[in-house]
Design a protein around this ligand. Structure first.
Ligand SMILES: *Cc1c(COP(=O)(O)O)cnc(C)c1O
Length: 314
């Protein structure tokens, strides 16, 4: 059913060329009827066949789950491109940082999002500028990104949004702070910490207040608190959630609901822990549109790189 729907969407959107990777797509290629279509069992096979595909003057969307490691494909394709230079003006980035900082009450911290190579701008250079200008926290998507920053001399606290259990050794070796977003991940990290003799390791709890991506839902908070109460392996550094549509006036009621759910969750967690944690829910648009929800910290992402989603909407 899924692949029938995918094929239907591709037909409706008039895609010229389709390349499907993975056993599942390979096994369902009969549903697709695009003039140019290719199916490969895995990413390695696709890479071998890349020349055959003969891409030229085309816009290519590369999309797949983490395990396919499609960054190898984009890298291979990029090598064929003519030399392209993107200049990033660090002074402009600094101006953007200061603009958003000027919207904060004194004492509100800034976590700068440098995931995905700083939204494509070059992680190390941007992180270095941010460190020099004293942001409070950095956040990356994966452990490897944090390791690369440490190796380049960044010593700010670094939060990892999507820490994988297979790399906990690297995480702790490089003093990176994991986001804990599920009971499974909490179990994994606690087992790891107890085996390694680690106690009081700083972690960040993610609450799902409506994004439905990762995080503890409100009905899980009680169980989470029960587990945290008896747990000496972690210390909760912060509790946070992500707003789905902070830039959209038509979704303001939903945003308010998210903020209410967040308050309920962090109050319960703080009461259980018996100490204060850093609370944060605002992304860039939230900084501008939801000043009452800045709490202790804001997470500056796309605004740092000069995109103003609130302004674009007028
Ligand atoms: C990317 C990200 C942000 C930043 O959002 P912007 O809209 O780019 O400011 C904030 N929080 C989390 C959890 C993110 O993953």
């Amino acid at each position: 059913m899924l692949y029938k729907q995918v094929a239907e969407l591709i037909r409706a959107k008039k895609i010229d060329k389709f390349v499907g990777v993975g056993e599942a797509l390979l096994g369902h290629q009969q549903y697709f009827d695009i003039a140019q279509q290719y199916f490969y069992a895995d990413t390695a096979t696709l890479l071998q066949q890349l020349k055959v595909l003969n891409f030229k003057d085309e816009t290519i969307l590369i999309k797949g789950s983490r395990s396919f490691e499609f960054e190898q494909v984009s890298r291979a394709l990029a090598q064929k491109a003519h030399e392209t230079v993107m200049e990033i003006n660090l002074n402009s980035l600094l101006n953007n940082l200061n603009f958003y900082k000027s919207k904060l009450k004194p004492g509100v911290k800034v976590m700068a999002m440098v995931k995905a190579f700083s939204y494509g701008s070059g992680t190390f250079e941007v992180a270095n500028m941010l460190q020099y200008n004293k942001v409070d926290y950095l956040a990356v998507a994966y452990i490897d990104e944090g390791v690369a920053l440490r190796q380049a001399g960044i010593n700010l606290p670094i939060k990892v949004l999507n820490p994988e259990a297979s790399a906990f050794d690297k995480l702790t070796e490089y003093k990176l702070e994991p986001v804990i977003y599920s009971f499974g991940l909490l179990d994994d990290f606690v087992s790891y910490a107890s085996a390694q003799g680690i106690a009081g390791y700083p972690v960040h709890l993610k609450i799902d207040t409506g994004m439905h991506r990762l995080g503890f839902e409100n009905y899980e908070i009680e169980t989470l608190c029960d587990m945290l109460e008896v747990n000496r392996y972690v210390r909760v550094q912060s509790v946070f959630s992500h707003l789905v549509a902070s830039e959209s006036p038509e979704h303001d009621e939903f945003t308010k609901k998210q903020i209410r759910r967040f308050e309920k969750a962090f109050k319960e967690i703080e009461r259980t822990l018996g100490y204060k944690v850093i609370k944060h829910i605002c992304n860039t648009a939230g900084i501008i549109r939801w000043p009452s929800a800045h709490y202790d910290m804001v997470r500056l992402g796309i605004g740092l790189y000069g995109i103003d989603l609130v302004g674009i909407r007028g």
